[in-house]
Design a protein around this ligand. Structure first.
Ligand code: NAD
Length: 499
């Protein structure tokens, strides 16, 4: 059995806590590796290495720091297939989707190569007689990130690339379900020229997370994962005086207006609802057709598409639409919620319960499910299922559809499909959700915009990547300097004001 490691101060280091988590192959249901779960002492060791290395890294000029990221991009492209394979093997997603996971992280690394420009400060010449004023953005010091299983390449890169570009050291605590790719990324960053100790990977569970939360050297924490843990990390981290941003769960609605191109809407829904087995925080899990006639047409268009979906292991390459879910527990939870939908009166239009795949009977595969006549009080509507289950809630008007999206406790992403510019514009302006698609089902912003939801999908003020990341990973310092042509008068005793 392969025993995975931590990555500390430039070396793979075996765990010393004696505690391990099983890393599964979700396609076969087999344990393929053991992931060490760090103790407090192991986290403290990583923090000590980071604290020793960080001042030197912050003193490297931003352009040279950016060059490390440039080289890292080359290495990601060189190793793309290897990374995608390792990712699929532990996560279960298809190979093209795994390569997309790496690619969407890589694009943020590319954005961070702009660090010299992004870190430029502000300067006011002659703010007063002989007075100049300038603001600079300085690194925080030692920073940390805690990431979810569903994007084991992209989300770590969304955090560590800007943190490191800004001159911080970064400690990554990835998901214990798929830790191999994060370890590979740390190796590649060092191959790209990053000094030891600037990017470290500490594998672990709640014990490691709590050690990070209460450590007095760590200045900031980025978290992506489920909402209850996001809430816990935000509350605890802030109480410890840290800068914290946490991104949580989702229930993304897609409004389908009567004038929408139904084939386009159905194609979009199938990809956004079932891609990655629904294990995406930007997956569409609720379809909201407006009017019964629209709903009937939508269901008619969806059913044949869903029945044609190919579910299989990543080893099938491009011949598979989605793979297994991540663990047996995730599968059992999805099955429980599907049963609750039936019990609470929703109509199961496509029933994936009997799905099984020859040769992969022990894998965590879940067939696609489509519900119609879902109502607001049902568990399948209120809960994030994180599986290949699409719920249809029929709305009788645009206003009712908008209200549904607005009343849900989550506000990560949403979409509207329509040919009517007025409806689209009204929706984009009024909906209280962070990322909106207009005829685009998964509106994940590109690297140079920012990513973040509203409501219970986020805790904190700044978004991920884009300009917000450079604000999150730096502190502003403002210097007022006075070089008078000759200091003649005595001290000033009232607050200076500009006349
Ligand atoms: P999770 O909350 O179970 O785990 C996330 C991280 O928290 C992992 O590193 C895990 O080890 C750690 N953790 C788990 N339990 C903990 C505890 N009790 N105390 C401290 N730390 C703990 O989430 P997951 O299952 O890995 O990921 C799926 C979730 O992430 C979904 O809810 C999904 O919507 C969300 N997600 C959100 C975004 C976003 O940007 N909003 C992006 C991706 C995923």
């Amino acid at each position: 059995m392969q025993e995975l490691t931590h990555y500390l101060n430039g070396a793979h280091v075996k765990g010393t806590s004696g505690r391990f988590a099983d890393v599964m192959n979700p396609a076969t249901g087999e344990v393929q590796a053991k992931c060490p779960l760090a103790s407090k002492a192991e986290v403290e060791q990583a923090v000590a290495y980071a604290a020793a290395a960080q001042p030197g890294w912050a003193a490297v000029n931003p352009q040279r720091r950016a060059r490390v990221l440039m080289k890292f991009v080359d290495l990601l492209n060189r190793d793309m297939n290897k990374l995608a394979e390792a990712l699929s093997r532990e996560h279960g997603k298809t190979l093209p989707d795994a390569a997309g996971d790496v690619q969407r992280g890589l694009e943020v690394v590319e954005y961070c190569i702009g660090a010299p420009q992004l870190l430029k400060g502000e300067y006011t010449d002659s703010a007063g007689p002989g007075i100049d004023m300038y603001s600079m953005r300085q690194a925080l010091g030692v920073t940390a990130g805690i990431t979810p299983f569903n994007f084991p390449a992209m989300i770590p890169m969304w955090m560590f690339a800007p943190a490191i570009a800004c001159g911080n050291a970064f400690i990554l605590k990835p998901s214990e379900r798929d830790p191999s790719v994060p370890l590979m990324l740390a190796e590649l960053m060092e191959e790209a020229g990053l000094p030891k100790g600037i990017l470290q990977v500490v594998n672990g569970d709640k014990e490691a997370v709590d050690a990070i939360l209460y450590d007095q050297t760590i200045q900031s924490i980025g978290f992506v994962g489920s909402t209850p843990i996001a809430e816990y990390i935000y509350g605890t981290g802030c109480a410890q005086g840290k800068r914290v941003q946490c991104f949580g769960g989702a229930k993304n609605h897609m409004i389908v207006m009567p004038d929408a191109d139904m084939d386009q809407a159905a194609d979009a829904l199938v990809g956004a609802g079932y891609g990655a087995a629904g294990e995406r925080c930007m997956a569409i899990s609720v379809a909201v057709p407006v009017g019964d006639e629209t709903a009937d047409r939508l269901i008619d268009a969806l059913v044949p598409r869903i029945e044609k979906l190919k579910v299989g292991p990543y080893t099938a390459g491009t011949d598979v639409d989605y793979g297994p879910v991540v663990t047996a527990a995730a599968k059992a939870n999805i099955e429980r919620l599907v049963q609750s939908g039936i019990d609470q009166g929703a109509k199961l239009v496509v029933d994936g319960r009997d799905f099984s795949l020859q040769g992969y009977e022990d894998g965590f595969f879940v067939g696609p499910h489509l519900f119609d006549n879902v109502t607001k009080d049902m568990d399948i509507y209120t809960t994030e299922i994180f599986g290949p289950v699409l719920s249809t809630v029929r709305a009788q008007s645009y206003a009712e559809a908008l209200r549904l999206a607005m009343d849900h406790e989550y506000g990560n992403g949403t979409a509207i499909f329509t040919r009517d510019g007025d409806a689209a514009r009204d929706f984009a302006n009024r909906v209280n959700v962070g990322m909106v698609g207009i005829n685009v089902p998964i509106p994940v912003p590109l690297a140079y915009h920012t990513f973040g939801g509203w409501k219970k999908s986020v805790f904190g003020d700044l978004n991920q990547h884009g300009p917000d990341a450079f604000k999150f990973y730096t502190r502003t310092k403002t210097v007022t300097s006075r070089w008078p042509s000759g200091i003649k008068e005595g001290g000033e005793f009232s607050i200076p004001v500009m006349e």
